[in-house]
Ligand binder design. Sequence first.
Ligand SMILES: Cc1ncc(COP(=O)(O)O)c(C=O)c1O
Length: 374
Amino acid sequence: MAQIKVPFYGHVKQYEGIKADIDKAISDVLYSGNYVQGPALKKFEEELAAYTGADYAVGVGNGTDALWLAMMALNIGPGDEVITNANTFFATVEAIWTAGATAVLVDADKDTRTIDIEAIKAAITDKTKAIAPVHLYGQTANMPEIRKIADENNLFIIEDNAQAFGAAGDNFKIGQYGDVVCTSFIIQKNLGCYGDGGALWTNRKEVNDTVRKLRNHGSDARDHHSYGFNSRLDDLQAAVLSIKLKHIDAWNDNRIALAKVYDEGLKDVDFITLPYARPGYRHIYHLYEIETKDPAERDKLLKYLNDNGIDAKTHYSIAVHKQEGFPWGKPVRISGSLENAEKNASSCISLPIFPELSVDDAKYVIEVLKGYKK
Ligand SMILES: Cc1ncc(COP(=O)(O)O)c(C=O)c1O
């Protein structure tokens, strides 16, 4: 790759913008002497519950753990099926397997690339226990429809919100229709800490209570243990997240504004498809994902962008079921055609988008893209 002119992430720029608050928050935790399950975690969990409108929020080690801990708390395990997107980050499927359940992979909607509603309906069997829709690239799945399906079939909904912190539907919030919402705070997410972190939120008291025990060696009182694990969001990361949570809506607004610049500048480029945002939805562009109309052009276009100093990437160029060795003896069922998911994998390119990206840099990306010759 040529020297990078337009990077993919702006972590250091973001840190510089909030340095005084972050440094103080870290120093406060260090001087408090409480680093694990201390007051900074409790404070952040309360703030997260207030932000999301949920009754309970629980910090855990990462987004993958949030997903399987939520499934375990809902008694989802061996013999149960969980329906999810074939075009997700690998972790969603890993989490289903860690819970011991069978992952049922279904196709993407042809426009939004979130989970396809008809494909969910067609995948349901008497073993289905839950749907785990992924709010892919920063756009909420069609939750009212998913809730209807869940109610008709007595299923849980575990929302994988790792890519959509701060997104919303048209007149609905993330979590409004789900039983549990799980998120990741790994640094590259819209709300990211300085390392790994995750959380879930829910109105279900039993999920809150069970995950609090499971994350801490099955303990809710000193020296008392039942079956559990170690998966805690530490206080340094929680303190960082408390600072960043105050900025998330403004940061997401910047992403939306940059997406508009891309939408406008690229609307006449005939060899790519631009991301589709459902009318009225707050798509917060965790990724600005374009697709080449001809999959054979994708790698060439990506190389061309990289050669021009644009750190474009792919998310995700190999669908879960196309990974080498898949499924490694793990329980999985592919339901129906995965045509849209596969098209997405073979043609996707993520253009740089982050709150600190300058409009000039976005315009440079547009100009370079327009200059691409097949
Ligand atoms: C859709 C999705 N689900 C789950 C995860 C897992 O999160 P983590 O890396 O924090 O375990 C991620 C991101 O990493 C993700 O993008």
